[in-house]
Write a protein that binds this ligand. Structure first.
Ligand code: FAD
Length: 210
């Protein structure tokens, strides 16, 4: 499955998916007991469903995606606010934290920032070596430290996340994950992804490219 690098040390990877555009078509067609009568009928159906208001959201819930994400903890905290989906995250109660933290580009005082991050990891490692429980020693690490989680989400909830996290009001770092996710998703659900861009993202002025 495709993995795209995001930020300096992160990534997003689609581990598994189910249904795709075909599941959306199947769910819509059972409503009407209809069949495709032309080559582009399914594509037109999805485009129509994404343009209409109110949308029949449940037809998009039959397509499911499982993502593997590595991102700074501050991005993960925002991500996990999206309740419609399932998350499991690397635990710093059970695992030793990897010395991997986000370093932004084009900021002043980056040497000072790096020194602070390194010092926090030095202290963390000293505390663990001194017998501190990992779950307590981690308190000295900041939210720029990388974490990993898996996220299983249906296409409707995924589109809600894209709409909110591609918005210019969303944090730049989170937007980079949303853009990479859109690119991968477009490869496996091209009809829905393109129709969603035309019907929802573009009218809102939300761009999927830098
Ligand atoms: C730019 C930006 C800034 C933000 N700033 C803050 C902030 O400062 N502080 C903060 O706390 N949060 C903040 N958030 C998080 C935001 O409030 C949402 O928690 C987050 O975006 C998840 O959105 P959601 O509820 O639509 O997603 P999900 O939780 O996945 O829910 C999907 C949809 O299901 C429905 N739904 C789910 N649960 C309920 C429910 N209990 N009742 C009714 N309907 C429900 C809603 O229609 C919802 O849109 C921010 C988000 C963004 C994008």
């Amino acid at each position: 499955m495709e993995r795209l690098p995001v930020l300096d040390k992160g990534f997003i990877e689609l581990e598994e998916w189910m249904g795709g555009d075909a599941a959306v078509v199947r769910a819509a067609r059972i409503c009407y007991q209809s069949v495709a009568r032309s080559a582009d009928a399914d594509e037109r159906l999805i485009r129509r469903e994404l343009r209409r208001e109110p949308k029949v959201n449940t037809i998009f819930e039959h397509a499911v995606l499982r993502w593997h994400i590595k991102c700074p903890i501050f991005v993960a905290r925002q991500w996990h606010r999206h309740r419609i989906g399932s998350f499991n995250e690397l635990s710093l109660r059970y695992c030793i934290a990897e010395r991997a933290y986000y370093v932004p580009e084009n900021e002043a005082n980056l040497d000072e920032y790096r020194a602070h991050m390194e010092a926090s990891f030095d202290l963390y490692e000293r505390l663990v070596a001194a017998g501190w429980r990992r779950e307590r020693a981690r308190a000295v690490l900041g939210t720029g430290v990388y974490t990993e989680f898996i996220w299983t989400v249906n296409a409707w909830s995924f589109m809600n996340w894209l709409t909110k996290r591609l918005d210019k009001a969303a944090q730049w770092e989170h937007r980079q994950y949303a853009r990479a996710a859109y690119r991968i998703w477009q490869g496996i659900m091209p009809i829905t992804a393109n129709a969603f861009y035309e019907a929802v993202l573009k009218p809102l002025g939300l761009e999927v490219e830098e």
